[in-house]
Structures are given as structure tokens and as C-alpha cells.
Design a protein around this ligand. Structure first.
Ligand code: NAD
Length: 283
């Protein structure tokens, strides 16, 4: 039996399907990944840009980096893999056509680009929305008080003269003065990007384990290098209670050791095909 036939048989009996996504899901939308070919961190040092220590030391540089990432994300469009996931999250009839016993289909994403949410129709209930475990580049958090908000207008674009976003830490003209950085609307303190940085706790983790992973019987791991904790542990966790795991990636990764089904190739092709929805997500 081919892996595709075996995977379809697993879908046909699954009750609680979970998708874990990484940066590879958005690669075809033009958002650079961290570690694959053309990955962001090959060009820039992650530890100097995505940690709270880096923000304390140089908030202007870190905001400039997130300004650039917001700019890229805001101009990108969901690709066929985002659309396939969105279709099955939002439409029970499409879900039941491929997984007749499915009671839930939940996306947990490590991505901060907001593209999975944008692939969904508007006004869906919370349980159909993606769980953004690492936050979003469109979110801002206060560094002093509890304020968290979404801001789809670029908070620092005016400080950069409203120009095209570029990220170049060596370009002196791009430096933003600290007084021009976004401030909390509640208390006036410095705001920071609303993402989870390296070394920080994932606030949603307990709820993901309790409400999502515990009952999962089929996990689809898509476009992640499976090197970043805690998401890197999800496949092992669900397999321990008998769930099956399907991995969709451009290349072999550490996650393959848990793969009952392995699809090597661009997920924008392999995923819609494996889910049997390629005709519905074209274009
Ligand atoms: P990663 O960069 O470590 O790995 C990406 C993986 O995707 C690689 O294994 C690569 O081979 C694979 N890939 C690339 N193109 C693909 C495609 N078309 N189809 C299938 N697979 C493809 O990313 P990760 O594992 O998500 O790393 C975790 C961290 O990266 C997270 O903290 C996340 O927040 C952050 N990140 C997010 C974005 C985004 O929001 N789009 C972008 C870069 C990094």
C-alpha cells in the first residue's frame, strides 16, 4: 500500500486531528523560514534579535526587525497548504468528506505571520481559529503592565518615514530613536512585539497539552524542523498515547523518527493532495 493510501485510511478513522505547523507552511507565501534553505537565521543571528535580553539591550534594532517581519507578513498571501488547513478547520462538510468520524480539527502554529488566520472565513468561533503558540507579529505587549493588543497598522512605520521596510542592522539611517518606539496605550511604558522569544515560556502550553494533544489521535506535522522546544516534543507526546503522526516537509528532519507517514516535498503540494482537497484550494 502506498503511504498516501495508508494516510487516507488513518484520516478515515481519526476523531481528533491536530495540525502542528512551522515556518515551512508559509515558505511558499514568500515568508523566509529560520533554518531551511534561505532561512532568516542564516543571515542574521537569532539570539541577537529574538530574546528579551536583546530587546533590553537594543529595543530599536529588535523593533526594526519585527517591523520588517510585519511588513513581509502583511503583504503575503495564504498558499494552498494554509487554505487546505483552513477549509477543514472551518467547514464540517469538507472535513467529514475526508474524515467522516472527525470531531475536531485544530491547528497549532509556531508561526507568527497571521497567515493561517487570514486563510479562514471571517467571524468563525474561537475553536476554529488557529492556536498561535508563539504569538503574532501583529500583536504588541507592554513591557511593564498586562496590556496585550493587536495592531494591524504598523506601529513604527511612521518613525521610519513610512518607507518600504528593510532590515539591515548596519544601515545607520534606519535606526529608530527609543522615544519613537511604540508605547503602551494604557500606561505609556515601552511596548514590545507580542511574540514568544527564545528562552520565554509558552503561556498556552498547558492548555495545548490538556485540550488539544491529550485527545489527539492523528497529528500532522507540517514544515517544521522539529528543533524548537516545546513543539518539537508534541509528536512523541501524542504517540505515547497511541496517536499516529504524519510529517510533511521539504527535507528529512528530526521529526521523521516519529513519522508513521512521511511526505517529502513542498507542503503546498503534498498537503492538499494528501487531504484530498487540491481542487478546492487551487488559485
Ligand atoms: P524552521 O525554520 O526551523 O524550519 C522550517 C522547516 O520547513 C525546515 O525543515 C524546512 O526544510 C521546511 N520547509 C521549507 N519550505 C517548505 C515547504 N515549502 N514545504 C514543507 N516544508 C518546508 O521553522 P520552525 O520549525 O517553525 O522553527 C520554529 C520557529 O521559527 C518558531 O519559533 C517560529 O515562530 C519561527 N518562524 C516563524 C516564521 C513565520 O511566522 N512564518 C518564519 C520563520 C520562523
Amino acid at each position: 500500500m502506498s503511504v498516501l493510501t495508508e494516510f487516507k485510511a488513518a484520516l478515515a478513522k481519526a476523531k481528533h486531528i491536530v495540525v502542528l505547523a512551522g515556518a515551512g507552511l508559509s515558505a511558499a507565501s514568500g515568508i523566509p523560514t529560520f533554518r531551511g534553505a534561505g532561512g532568516l537565521w542564516r543571515k542574521y543571528d537569532a539570539m541577537s534579535l529574538a530574546t528579551s535580553e536583546a530587546f533590553e539591550e537594543n529595543p530599536s534594532l529588535v523593533w526594526q526587525f519585527y517591523h520588517y517581519r510585519r511588513h513581509v507578513a502583511a503583504r503575503a498571501h495564504p498558499n494552498a497548504a494554509h487554505k487546505a488547513i483552513a477549509l477543514l478547520s472551518a467547514s464540517p462538510s469538507d472535513l467529514h468528506a475526508v474524515a467522516p468520524f472527525a470531531q475536531s480539527f485544530i491547528l497549532v502554529t509556531q508561526n507568527v505571520d497571521g497567515l493561517s488566520g487570514r486563510a479562514l472565513p471571517p467571524n468563525l468561533p474561537k475553536e476554529s481559529q488557529p492556536v498561535e503558540m508563539h504569538g503574532s507579529v501583529f500583536r504588541v505587549k507592554c513591557t511593564k503592565c498586562v496590556y496585550v493588543g493587536y495592531n494591524y497598522d504598523d506601529p513604527i512605520c511612521p518613525a521610519l518615514g513610512g518607507t518600504e521596510a528593510v532590515f539591515d542592522e548596519d544601515k545607520p539611517g534606519l535606526k529608530i530613536e527609543v522615544e519613537d518606539l511604540p508605547k503602551c496605550p494604557e500606561c505609556g511604558a515601552l511596548s514590545r512585539p507580542g511574540v514568544v522569544w527564545f528562552g520565554e515560556t509558552v503561556d498556552l502550553l498547558d492548555s495545548i497539552y490538556e485540550n488539544v494533544l491529550k485527545k489527539c489521535d492523528l497529528l500532522l506535522v507540517i514544515g517544521t524542523s522539529s528543533t524548537v522546544y516545546p513543539a518539537s516534543g508534541f509528536a512523541e507526546e501524542v504517540q505515547e498515547h497511541g496517536a499516529e503522526v504524519a510529517v510533511f516537509n521539504l527535507e528529512r528532519t528530526k521529526g521523521d523518527e516519529y513519522a508513521d507517514f512521511l511526505f517529502i516535498g513542498p507542503c503546498e503540494d503534498t498537503l492538499p493532495k494528501a487531504l484530498g482537497v487540491e481542487d478546492k484550494v487551487k488559485g
